[in-house]
Write a new protein. Structure first.
Length: 384
């Protein structure tokens, strides 16, 4: 199993932890800072690339993803320096995908030209809503008009532009979401990430909900109807769900995220960045401290990782199941068996098939559309 990761490929994730403001629903590792010494951060990123590259330099790199935080707050010169070092460190696939996440408030033409010249070829934009009142509720700093202008700037500079929308928002009904989704699709987007609003502990929304002050959220039935309506609309527009929350035209899927979902290897660099690296025949889980100052200090001392953890094959099999069944293509049961040392439970598979929640064809097992709507339950049934 030492080469299992090759089924998914190899990617690099770089986390930029800074934002202009903290959104009330966000539980990502993001921080607001008045000043950022980007030259100092550049030295730290390059040192970490060198360190991990020394262990993996024989690999072909398939994808690079700048996530955050708000990576579009990075100076283009910083992105250029990172990608120059990446090119010197790994062999690159012929169709290398380099994605950078952006918020509409930090998009301007000159900055985006700099990213494109550095090698970025895909933008993922945090639009979140096409309704000014809801944007304000979500703590977003841009208006719908600003979001549309930002999208036009990105579209003029990059062939591949995705954007995120959040639904099941406060006081949102099914017809309003349908109208908004159709409006978004009319903007010639080839990839959507469409997420139901979830209330997470440790966020401002979480605190408001606990105090009974977050009103107007849809009930479970309406949320389920919104999910199913999303599938219907996107299917009709040729933007099929290749993953539970991600829709794309054929060929426009996010290849970096496919590395995760197909259970490949990926290096994680930056505060709070996770990774999976197969080294000397053992798949290791890597992690980093979330606090930006601590990560920076550790990188400057030569290693910004926390102690690595070897993943038992049983745990790898569970992760493979959790990630792979999110995809419409599903999983190869033989690969699960090789990781786990035993096959998936045939009785459970038969029960789930009878309920119309999973399907088997061409040597693959996949959740149906109805199964993906209750995917956590499906996975619980299949887990040992």
């Amino acid at each position: 199993m030492s080469e299992d990761w090759r089924h998914g490929g190899f990617g690099l994730y770089l986390h930029w932890p800074f934002c202009a403001a903290k959104c009330p629903y966000c539980d990502f590792n993001s921080h607001v800072s008045a000043t950022v010494d980007q030259a100092r951060w550049q030295r730290a990123y390059l040192a970490e690339i060198d360190r991990i590259g020394a262990e993996t330099s024989d690999r072909i790199l398939n994808t690079v993803f700048f996530g955050g935080g708000t990576p579009s707050l990075m100076d283009p010169e910083l992105v250029q320096a990172i990608l120059d070092r990446v090119r010197r460190t790994w062999r690159l696939s012929n169709d290398l995908e380099i994605t950078l996440e952006a918020n509409p408030t930090s998009i301007e033409a000159g900055r985006f030209r700099g990213y494109a010249e550095a090698g970025v070829n895909r933008i993922s934009m945090g639009m979140q809503a096409l309704n000014d009142a809801d944007l304000r509720r979500l703590g977003r700093m841009h208006s719908v008009a600003e979001g549309r202008r930002a999208f036009d700037i990105a579209r003029n500079q990059f062939d591949r532009v995705s954007f995120d929308l959040i639904y099941a928002r406060q006081d949102q009904d099914l017809s309003a979401w349908e109208a908004e989704l159709r409006e978004a699709a009319a903007m010639a987007v080839d990839h959507f990430s469409l997420y139901q609003l979830t209330i997470e502990e440790g966020t401002a929304f979480g605190a408001r909900a606990a105090a009974g002050k977050l009103r107007g959220l849809p009930d479970d039935d309406l949320s389920a109807d919104m999910y199913l309506k999303t599938q219907d609309i996107c299917d009709s527009l040729g933007l099929s769900a290749y993953e539970v929350s991600n829709h794309a035209r054929a060929g426009a899927e996010c290849r970096h995220n496919l590395v995760y979902w197909r259970y490949g290897d990926y290096a994680g660099i930056g505060p709070g960045a996770h990774g999976r690296l197969t080294l000397n025949g053992t798949r290791m889980a890597t992690d980093t401290p979330k606090a930006p100052a601590l990560w920076l200090q550790m990188a400057e001392r030569g290693n910004a990782e926390l102690p690595r953890e070897a993943l038992p094959l049983e745990e790898q099999a569970v992760e493979f199941l959790l990630f792979g069944l999110r995809l419409s293509e599903g999983i190869d049961p033989d690969r699960y068996c090789a990781l786990r040392g035993q096959p998936l439970p045939s009785g459970k598979i038969a029960d789930l098939q009878e309920l119309g929640l999973i399907t088997q064809s061409n040597g693959r097992l996949a959740a149906t559309r109805e199964g993906r709507a209750v995917l956590n339950g499906v996975i619980r049934e299949l887990m040992p």
